[in-house]
Design a binder for this molecule. Structure first.
Ligand code: UTP
Length: 289
């Protein structure tokens, strides 16, 4: 039903400077894998087969990581490194259709999503941000697809957006939404406010980096004005709502790990290290010392 995932990874990653001068934040390692691989795995495990990266200059490595590296394969084959070859093959074969489009200027998340319009075409699609990992039993995107499917029976041209309750003092870092309860973990959105002050935030329901849209979002992205030098995706979402399209917020099950800032990045590394029996020992021993 939904085959395509659009991954805007063209941002400059200034919160992670200076490393992001030369390494895209999406390629920063969480143990021995780049952060983006955890996201791509979630997408594949959710049943999608096409990944569209929106990249910018210097971010080609993100696409290359999932593409075939003939030189490396040849090298490993010649030396009969069977295990390593298998490891590399698993990474290179996991994405069936790999597409990259360019955002020439960093004009905001809304602008980046619009860059994918011609590749997405006329079908619903997912948007996933490259720095929000979600650790969960059922992949977060898969949970969202179930909600989308269920609501599709009743609504046309609907969107589903992942939400998380955040501490009140953090509301100014997120798109914050207000809406009406539909069920225990779903609301129908009425309002989206981009990075509100504490006083202006109607709730602490924050949009995190997972969305399911229909191509209607592109029409709205073309209509919104630039604000603070950027086209905000949240303005286009508000446009959908104002035109009467159903936009649902979904409180997913799982733990979000935001690798776009230093503390979140450290938490992500520790989280995954603690999941591995051997590495867990190392972390606990180190801390006890
Ligand atoms: P962020 O707000 O995290 O911006 O963008 P950023 O540039 O990546 O990082 P900071 O804030 O400077 O540290 C959210 C997502 O939107 C993408 C980013 O790559 C990230 O996945 N994005 C943002 C674009 O693709 N293009 C843009 O112009 C802006």
């Amino acid at each position: 039903m939904i085959r395509k995932a659009l991954l805007p990874v063209a941002g400059l990653g200034t919160r992670m400077l200076p490393i992001t001068k030369v390494v895209p934040k999406e390629l920063l390692p969480i143990l021995n894998r780049p952060a983006i691989e955890y996201i791509v795995q979630e997408i594949i495990q959710s049943g999608l087969d096409t990944i569209i990266f929106v990249i910018s200059s210097g971010k080609e490595g993100i696409v290359d990581y999932f593409d075939i590296n003939l030189g490396l394969r040849k090298f490993l084959e010649e030396r009969n490194k069977v295990e390593l070859l298998r490891l590399v093959d698993r990474i290179e074969s996991q994405v069936e259709n790999l597409v990259a489009v360019r955002q020439k200027k960093p004009e905001g998340l809304g602008h980046a999503v619009l860059m994918g319009e011609s590749i997405v075409g006329n079908e619903p699609f997912a948007v996933i941000l490259g720095d929000d990992l979600v650790a969960s039993d059922v992949p977060c995107l898969k949970q969202m697809l179930s909600v989308y499917l269920e609501l599709s029976a009743k609504y046309e041209d609907l969107s589903v957006i992942a939400l998380e309750e955040v501490p009140r003092e953090d509301v100014s870092k997120y798109g914050i939404v207000d809406g009406d309860r539909v069920s225990e973990n779903i609301i129908r959105m009425r309002r989206v406010i981009e990075k509100p002050s504490l006083n202006d935030a109607p709730t602490n329901y924050a949009i995190i980096g997972r969305y399911i849209f229909t191509p209607k979002i592109f029409e709205h992205l073309k209509r919104i004005p630039k604000r603070g030098g950027e086209y905000q995706l949240t303005d286009a979402i508000q446009g959908l709502i104002d035109d009467g399209y159903p936009v649902f917020g979904f409180f997913f099950q799982g733990m979000r790990l935001d690798t776009g800032n230093l503390k979140g990045y450290l938490k992500a590394i520790l989280y995954y290290a603690l999941q591995d029996p051997e590495l867990r020992e190392v972390v606990l021993e180190m801390i006890s010392k």
